[in-house]
Design a protein. Structure first.
Lengths: 113, 114
């Protein structure tokens, strides 16, 4: 069975600081992994995804994530936080290649000026 | 290209009332699903469909009903609303091979049951 754990329900950083949002997964099959962002009162938007191939994946808005099979992790990073990055971020794993994403509980990112 | 359209955006129901949340997509996606989002719980899968005429239950299906008569539409029916169904509901769609593009989400329906 698949599951996702996001460490830290709330992360606060200063503008310009490194953003690190942690995600660990468990999967009985090679996983497809995703990060989504949700701005207040909006739907979820895909940030980036890992399916196969290169383990370091780049997404929109300067975010990237690295798939580490040995650590069962898919942490999200951004070198320099911007005020506009304040949002809730969700990590998700798919049940194989066909459908049904399992989501983590989310991490709310705050950015201080 | 509208993507995934959900209506209504907001709804208040009385306990025991029924209603249908609408979801439509124009991307010819085979896969559609409904999630509910509650504070601190993330998104939980209610029902999903892999094509017209095919539906299945997710993690929290009780109190909800779905059907898929066309590729484009996937309505969610609340049979007898309860306060525990107060939540934000999201419809999502994708190609059947979800790794190709991930999900496209609608903007959500915020439902309050009093």
């Amino acid at each position: 069975a698949q599951s996702v754990t996001q460490l830290g329900s709330h992360v606060s950083v200063s503008e310009g600081a490194l953003v690190l949002l942690r995600c660990n997964y468990s999967s009985s099959v090679p996983p497809y992994l995703f990060w989504y962002v949700q701005y207040p009162n909006q739907g979820l938007q895909l940030l980036l995804k890992y399916t196969t191939g290169a383990t370091l994946v780049k997404g929109i808005n300067g975010f990237e994530a690295e798939f580490k099979k040995s650590e069962t992790s898919f942490h999200l990073t951004k070198p320099s936080a911007h005020m506009s990055d304040a949002a809730e971020y969700f990590c998700a794993v798919s049940r194989g290649s066909q459908g049904n994403l399992i989501f983590g509980k989310g991490t709310k990112l705050s950015v201080k000026p | 290209n509208a993507g995934v359209t959900q209506t209504p955006k907001f709804q208040v129901l009385k306990t025991g009332q029924s209603m249908t949340l609408q979801c439509a997509q124009d991307m010819n996606h085979e896969y559609m699903s409904w999630y509910r989002q509650d504070p601190g719980m993330g998104l939980r899968l209610i029902h999903y469909s892999v094509g017209a005429g095919i539906t299945d239950q997710g993690e929290v299906p009780n109190g909800y009903n779905v059907s898929r008569s066309t590729t484009e539409d996937f309505p969610l029916r609340l049979l007898s609303a309860a306060p525990s169904q107060t939540s934000v509901y999201f419809c999502a769609s994708s190609y059947l091979l979800v790794g190709r593009e991930g999900y496209t989400f609608g903007s959500g329906t915020r439902l309050t049951v009093v």
